[in-house]
Each structure stands twice: as C-alpha cells, then as structure tokens.
Write a protein that binds this ligand. Sequence first.
Ligand code: WTA
Length: 635
Amino acid sequence: MSNYHIKHLEEYYQVYRKSVREPENFWEEVAEEHFMWRKKWDKVLSWDFTKPEVKWFEGAKLNITENCIDRHLATRGDKTAIIFEPNDPKEASEHITYKQLHERVNQFANVLKDEGIKKGDRVCIYLPMIPELAIAVLACARVGAIHSVVFAGFSSTALSTRINDSECKMVITSDGSYRGAKTIDLKAIVDDALEDCPCVKSVLVAKRIHSDIGMKEGRDKWLQPLLDKASSDCKAEIMDAEDPLFILYTSGSTGKPKGMVHTIAGYMVYTAYTFKNVFQYRENDVYWCTADIGWITGHSYIVYGPLANGATTVMFEGVPSYPDFGRFWEVVEKHRVNQFYTAPTAIRALAKQGVDFIESHDLSSLKVLGSVGEPINEEAWHWYNDNVGKKRCPIVDTWWQTETGGIMVSPLPFVTPTKPTYATLPFPGIQPALMDEVGEELKGNQVEGRLCIKFPWPSMARTIWGNHERYRETYFSAFENKYFTGDGALRDEVGYYRITGRVDDVIIVSGHNLGTAPIEDAINEHPAVAESAIVGFPHDIKGNALYGFVILKDTGESRVQDNLRKEINQIITEHIGPIAKLDKIQFTSGLPKTRSGKIMRRILRKIACKDISNLGDTSTLLNPEVVQEIIDNAI
Ligand code: WTA
C-alpha cells in the first residue's frame, strides 16, 4: 500500500522517509493505486536540473478529466461535485453533481471542437467565479487544449500581454461580473485587449449580468446556444503524461509575467495526493477554498485536487465584505463547510471587524482551517484559531508557489502538531534545503537560509512558456543542482520550517540581515495596528535603515501619532531587538496591493528611497489610488 491517506505522525515519518529513500517506488505506488491510466508509464522519473529537464511518468497515457469526473460516475454520480455560491446571497446557490458536471464538460468540450480548438491549442479563460469557469477549464483538458486562465480582475493590458505571450486562439469570457456591490464590464475589457491580439480567432461569451454588450461579427459568439446544441458525449483526448495541461502567469521580480507551464500526470498525482492529506478530506465533507480559479490555489485546490478525489468543492463568486463582513461565516453555516482555506490578508481584514460577525453564525461544521499565500503573522493565526476554529480546528499553514503546482510544506491536520507561523514539515517527496549566502547547504536544525528544493517532485512547473532559458536562470542558476524558491526560511529545533518571506525583501541593517516579515509580525501585535509593510532605504551609517508603512485600526479613539511611533518601536525592540527599530514610520490608509492581495513592496521601496520618477506599472494594482496618498505623505 502506498499510504495514500496518512493518519498518524509516525506514519507521516515512515512515508516521508520512504519518499526520500525510494522516490520512484514511492510515487509509482501512489500513481498506480489511485488514478486511471489509459497506459502505464515506461519510466517513473528522469531529471537533470542543469538543463533543466524533469519528466514524470513518461510514456503514460491519460486524460485528467477521466480522473476528475468519469471514474467517479459509477459510485458518486449523484454526489455534488461543485457548489456554486453566488455573489448575491439572495440568489440561489447551485449544486452540480458529478453526473451533471460530466454532461456539462462534455458539451463544452464539443463546442470547443466545433470552434476548431485542437490538442495543444492555447485557450485563454477570462471569467468570474461562475460554474462556467471550472467547466471551461475541464473542457480544455478534455480536448487536450492548454488553458491559460487570467484572473478576471486584471486590466486589458495585462490580459493582452498574457494572450499574446502564449498565442491563444480563443478567449472565453462573460458579458460581465459581479463583485460585491459592483458590476464589471468584462467583455469591454476583452474587446479592448483584443485590439492588440491578432492571434485570437474567436470569443465565447457566457451570460452573467445580462447587460447589453457589443458582439463582434465573425469573432464573438454567445456560449449558451452553442452548449444547448452540443452533444453531452465527448470522448476524452488521450494525452501523454508530459503534455502541457495549462499555463498560468505569475509576476517575477522583474520583466514581463512568467507563463509557468504545468504538465498533466505529475500535476494530477501531486495535487490529488496533497489535497487528500493536507485537508484530511473524508467522503462526505464539504470543502471550501476562497481563492479565485485565476490563481494557482484555485487551479490546484478548487478544481483539480478536490475533483480527483471525488470531493465536494465550493466555488464562491463574491467577496468577504459583501453584503457585510459576515459573508464567509454565513456561507460556512449554509453549506456546512468542513474544510475552509483562505489567505492571511482576508483573515486580517476580517479580524479588524471584530467577532460579532462570527458569533451570529454556527461554525460547528468546521474541522480544518487553511492559510496560503503569504506568511501568516502570529496575531492573525491566533485570531483565526480562537474565533473561527474555536481552538478545535487545526490550522494548516500551507507554503507553496505557482511554480510548485501543489502544497510543499504544511502540517497535516490531526497528524502534525501545529505551531503558529510555522508551515512545519515537508510533504512526502519534498526535499527542502536551506542554503547560505555562498551556496553551502546548512545542515542540522536551528538554521536559517534560502529555501531550495533538491529533488524533483511531480507537480513542479516544467518551463516558462516560450522562454526555457529564463526558467533555468530564475530557478536553477542561483544554487547548483537545486530549485531555488526565492523565499527564505528557518528550520527550528525539531525540524519545522518557518517561511520568513521573499529573500528579495531581506534588508541588511548595520550588517545584520533583517527579514521584513518578522518585523511586520511584531508591529501587527500592537493593538492599534491593522497591517504594516517594511522596506529598506539607504542610510549613511547603517547602510540601510527601515521605513514602515502602517495602517491603523479604526478604533474610534484618536491617538497621538508620535506616541504610537514610540510604542511600535518598543514592540519591535521586544520581539526582535533594537537593531530592527524603524527610522521612519508613515501612517497610511492603505498599502498598494496586487490583485491577489500581496503588498507591492517595489513601489513602497521606491517611495522610501525618494525615487518616484519611475514607479513602473501600477495599473494592475487593486488600489492604485493609494500610491499618490503615500507619495504625498512620505517622510
Ligand atoms: C508566499 C501561492 C509564507 C511565498 C500558492 C511564495 C507563503 C509565494 C505561503 C508564492 C505560506 C505562499 N507562508 N509564505 N504559507 N504561501 N507564500 O505563486 O513567498 O501566488 O514564494 O503561490 O507566496 O505565491 P504564489
């Protein structure tokens, strides 16, 4: 047996040891016992990190949708695969069974074929979080087309860059989208983007907001009439294990976005196996990940991982603040959610609102809480644990990346004892290494360095679309024979990992390396602070000094800002030491954030350095207006 489902800590260690000692046997057993293959592989793994080239399950033939849908029909045909929870709580939610999902994916796949989409073609999907998004993703996989989902909050310029980079032939979109109280004219954004995209031959348009939109003759078609005509029978295209499944763009520290390419078999095996264990999913559980399918979290842990396990997965169209800040808890209560997976930025926003919104809802169905996307600070961890999980739901702090395809370091709930702000232990098959500045591996515990992975895992990205050299350079050139994550991490006395943040955010002050994340954690402990971001700026004596941008909680009481500055530095001194004290503290109403909620430190760094002549592209920010406010009040 491959120990597909790990239930005890002892078992975890056994499985982990096996995965390192005999990685090929280990993954072969997982793959063999839990998936549907049209043909088995000739070779489990071949790899060479210098090229870099990685192949898993070479020679195998499969279709991922047969694994995510068809094989469940006999035993789970009437089970709900997807629960769609609309933006407006007054609109009915929708339960799509595996049988219905099968029909709808097949119809959509037939429409794609009728429109001339073939194996290997790229299809851009620019849709809100409505069922058509998951169905379109699966329909592409069914016919062997490579999907490139672009988050439907991106601007037309961001969209056209992505469409052109991978030369998509088709765009799938909707007339518009709902986001809280707002409606967004998605189709108008697509029209704008397509002015510059000669590669796009057709556009399929789903109806969501029923607005009056322009349709371009010969290019645009309404989706529903095509689906209505299409047969619900569509043979799955038989694919090679290493054929691309999708491209997903992620921003680099420089340059245009990187189109990370994931291939079918390894991605399927790894996302399914991690989903099962990281969420300890049981047959009748209802699982909810609040991410958007436009991000890797949604690809791996709303669509593929859950469906490959025959799970029930919730798709939420709305935002946490609409109609009020109780919405998440209302949805948990309504659908009796068992596993809830969200981002620290959402947790902090909700914590700021107080607990009344939680207390009016029954959250007793919850068993496991998850966190992803950035380091979770201690205060947010405790708030989540105390108020949402009522101290009985383990928090899985899952560290991973678009590039890794699946969760790499995480506690397994009820298996791994948790520790606030620690992602804890590597998943079976993952061999982390911490490296020092000169490229030596730091052995043993209680060390801190750059986080690398020294052995391939099945769901790693295989390349950057159209630029293999950039892939090599970005991830495989910093440390010999290792994948470099770009993150720093420490390993504590028992071998638990704590991700300390991007190493590009490390600031050296008076010769000391200071991570921004731990300082921000400390500041966020102050009862008046909602959120903060630290950057470095040049200093005559220390080399660099620290500049803090701080958002205060709306507590109603007015505080003397100078006193607050002193208190903040006092807290930092207590948590880290006087070396980490801030030279400048600017109070602000907001921080520039990417659409996925990450703080754009690059902009803050420039403002702190008084170098605002070239702030770069701020148009893709969630809140571009805040940039001017920060510039105006800069110290
Ligand atoms: C950060 C999201 C600390 C990290 C799945 C990583 C985290 C980047 C965590 C990838 C976590 C993600 N703790 N940091 N639990 N999860 N990160 O590609 O810096 O959007 O490199 O993938 O987010 O972000 P991405």
